[in-house]
Structure formats: structure tokens, C-alpha cells
Design a binder for this molecule. Sequence first.
Ligand code: NAP
Length: 548
Amino acid sequence: MTSTTAATRETQAPQRTDAIVIGAGFGGMYAVHRLRCEGLSVLGLEAGGDVGGTWYWNRYPGARCDVTSIDYSYAFSEAIEQEWTWSETFAAGSEILAYANFVADRLDLRSAYRFNSRAQVIAFDEARQVWTLMTARGERFEADHLIMATGPLSLPKPIDIPGAESFRGELYRSGKWPHHAVDFSGKRVGLVGTGSSGIQIAPVVAETCQSLSVFQRTPSFTLPMRNRAISDDFAAQLKANMSGLRAVARNTFTGGVRPLSTRPLFSVSAEERNELMEDAWNKGALYFLGLFSDLLTNAAANEVVADFVRGKIDQVVDDPVTAGKLKPRGYPIYARRPCLDTHYYETFNKPHVSLVDCFEEPITAITETGLRTTQRQIDLDVIIMATGFDALTGPMLAIDITGRDGVKLSDAWRDGPRSYLALLMDGFPNLFIIGGPNGPSILANYIRLDEMNVDWVVDCVLHMRRQGLATVEATPEAVARWGQTVGEIADRTLYVKADTWYTGANIEGKPRGFHVFAGGLNRYAEVCAGVAAAGYEGCSFTARQSTI
Ligand code: NAP
């Protein structure tokens, strides 16, 4: 872009709509659709080149959702449910992206969006009660309502190992994977990171590369996904029963139809629980995750299951030293997000795959020819950084947002994110968050949560229009009360016992805290519905100023 073009854009009158939606992931797409259905003018902005959100960016080999496809899909349209057919129980990233594109075509969503438009500076103009926005390209927009559907995991963590620019080979990031095919054949590959992304990448890359070195710092607990093809018969049965499945899912802790138990672990004998675990392990993670009710509240029960999984690593991995290093210790199972894999542990039995323990030999630098640890230089042709995200708050804080009285979001969230129901804040009128911090967020089925949040937000906007109200925000008291509720529930769980991206521990200098509502999606839905039914209790509104 020439500077003249940028200057022209800055002097042009900004385009004004009723609402701006930031993000074209599942939350943003549904927000655009619902607002348009209600007759509002909407502008969607998306930094990527097309729809899909996380699935647009995370195209790494092996990408697959750890929520079943039947749950990880929209429920708001029966027509779409019937028209789309999933091919596998856990869909691959490419199929989910195809689904997002299908929905965008079907509902003509792209016509509302500007792609390759990254929101950079956003400010509330108090005199005019309007949000003003400028993109990184200098485009300017205004709207009454601002809907942040920026997602919890859309900002990759910066590479914190020095020397990336000196590497002469190919360097990829799992969260910003290129759109062209990457050929690993005949190449020496180094994979840094063993969270959900790294664990999905390793087995696929190992199929074609010359050698794979997996650089592991904290080992993850991972469970066999046991993904299966969905037969035509099963797909037909699912479609015939969709409304019942959705009703069940809506009333669960996670918003999915997976099995759940009310049975505490120590309520069954050691022999019986071993049989249960063995059976569930063979059936797959979905069953294993739902075996006992108290794994996140009872440390001793948690340790029994953690030990079972460690035993499985011993059974699968041939080399006892590698098996020992792969075993997670020092934090409860499920306190870090459990990974679901396809042959991850088996991959370490391949002669060309090796594990580098980054606790024994931390990586000190990316060099011209590979990675250097405290003990040696490992020469590589390809480095894959699967090192995670500045999660939950990172994507919103990456935008320069100023609310009422010139208060910056970065100041309001200096000690951690503050919000009411994860939907509204105090001091940021008419700024709504979809899937935000302090909500069920990453503990829930995200698409169910997106739909729930969007419906609440759109209903609130319609309420304001009916009542002649100009702005809504949370009261400081409601924000403080909600923060306390979220904290009290978190403190009763083992989530707070591990250093994870859940708590901000993966980003240096980030305030620590578990800012996720761990009371269940079903409970959260009840609370949000109750607040709306009580006339938006905890919210303060201002009346629309007369123009006469
Ligand atoms: P992650 O869970 O944060 O894992 C990042 C990994 O990189 C960790 O093993 C971390 O080790 C390691 N790492 C970071 N910096 C390092 C360094 N300097 N040296 C060595 N190791 C380093 O990130 P992720 O795997 O991208 O997953 C993030 C979340 O995205 C998941 O928990 C999940 O919610 C979502 N996700 C879901 C799926 C799915 O649906 N199947 C797939 C991918 C991602 P430390 O832990 O020691 O810091």
C-alpha cells in the first residue's frame, strides 16, 4: 500500500454500521448471521484471508479436533445439520475448514466481511457513544456495538528461543501453518513442543521424514483418540436424532454428548476400576475422560488415573528410558488440557524418531543449521515450533482498545481479565465478548458456547433497541462478584495446581490466575439466562440521547 493510499483512507469518513464483529471463526460467523437476521447492519473484520478462525491458521499436519464432529458443529440451523455430513467421529482440521466454508457460502457470510483486515486501534467515543476502529491497513469504521469474537487461542506465543532469523532451513509454526503443502521426505525435522499440537504433528511427520527429533519440555498426558469413519447408516441415524442429541448436549457440563459419570473413583474396588479404565482406554478417550466424577477435585483419585496412563506408556514404548521421559509427573492429569492422539507413543518406537528431554538439556538457541541445547548441536532441515499461544486474553490485548474515560483494556486487565459473565465489562460500553475469559471457555465445547454467547448478546442488543437504550456495560460490583465466583470454583479444582497456558504460566510476565468458569456450561447457561430474565441484572444502561 502506498502512503498516499493510507493517508486517503485516514481522511475518508469512516464506514458506519450498527455492529462490528471481529473474527470470522465460528463465533464471529454466527454473530454476523444472527445480527443480519435481526435486521442490523454488520461489518465483519478478519485478519486472515477467509473464514475458519483457528482452522484457517492451524493447518499443520495431523490437525484434528478433540471434540467429536457431531458436537463440534453448529446447532442453530436444522437445515445445515441435515445438509452437512461428517466423515469421521473426530474431524480433521481440513474437514472442519471445509464445513466453515460451506456454512459461509450457505448463509452468504463473506459479503459482510473484510478479510486481511486486522483490527489495530479501537476506541469508544463517549460524546457520540460510538466505537471507532482502525485496521492495520488504515481503514476506519464506526459502530454502535462491538463484538469481539477473537477466540482464546488465536495469538501464537512469540518464539522465545534466540536465533530464529539465522536458521537457514525451513521454520514453521503450528499456529500459523503455510497454505501450501510441506514436504518432509528426506528431511531432518525438529519438533519443539508436546502439547495438543505437537502430539498431533509428530506421528504424521514421522511417516515421511528422514529423522524426527521431538524436543519435549513438560510431558503431556495423552489418550488414544480412536477416531473412526462414520458410516452412511450411522450418519443417517445421527441426523434423525439430532434434536435429541443437541438437547442432551446443552444440558451437560461440557456441552457435548460424551459419556459422563457420577461415580467417584474410590467408590469402586481397585480391581473394578482397573477393568473400567482398561475397557475405556481401548474404546478411546471419549470414554476414558468420563469414567469418574472426582478426578479434578480429589488428588488421590487423580493420581490413580495418572498412574494408569503412565503404565500404558510403559506398555507401548519399547525403550524404557524414552518411556520414563515421556511420563508426566508433578501435576495432576487433566489439570493441563488432556491431549488426544493417534499413535503418539507408538511413534517413539520408530528407529528414526528420538526424544530430546528439554529439562535435561534445554534448548539454548536456534542456529544456522538447527537447534542447540546445553549439551549439543542437533542439525536440522526443518524446525516446527508447536509452542502454544498467548491464550484467553492475548488476542484482545493485542489490539489497542480504549474504553470510557480513556481507560485502556491493557490497564483494566493489568492483574488479569475482569468481566461479567465473560460477556461484558465495566468501562467498555457496548463491547461484547464471545467465548471470553471468565466464561467456560476452553473447558467447554466452543461452538456451543459461541452460539450461547451470541444469542445472549443479540438478545441484549434487541432489548436495548426496543427500550431506546444507547449503551450497556457491567457494573463494577457485578464484575467483582463474577470474578469472585469464578475464582472460588477454580480454587476447589486441581486446575490451579499446574503451570499451564490455562493459568498464563506459559507467557513470561503474564499475571497468573485460572480465569475460566469451571462450574460447567449448563450451569453457566442458566446463570446467563437468569441475568437476562431479571432485566439484565448487574448491567447498567444509558438512554439514547434525543436528536431533536
Ligand atoms: P501448548 O499446549 O501450550 O503446548 C506448547 C508446548 O510447547 C508445550 O509442550 C511447551 O512446554 C512447549 N514449549 C514452549 N516453549 C518452549 C521452549 N522454549 N522450549 C521447549 N518447549 C517449549 O500449545 P498447543 O499444543 O498448541 O495447544 C494449545 C491448545 O490448543 C490445546 O491445549 C488445545 O486447547 C488447543 N488445541 C486443540 C487441538 C485439538 O482440538 N486436538 C489441537 C491443537 C491445539 P511447557 O509446557 O514446558 O511450557
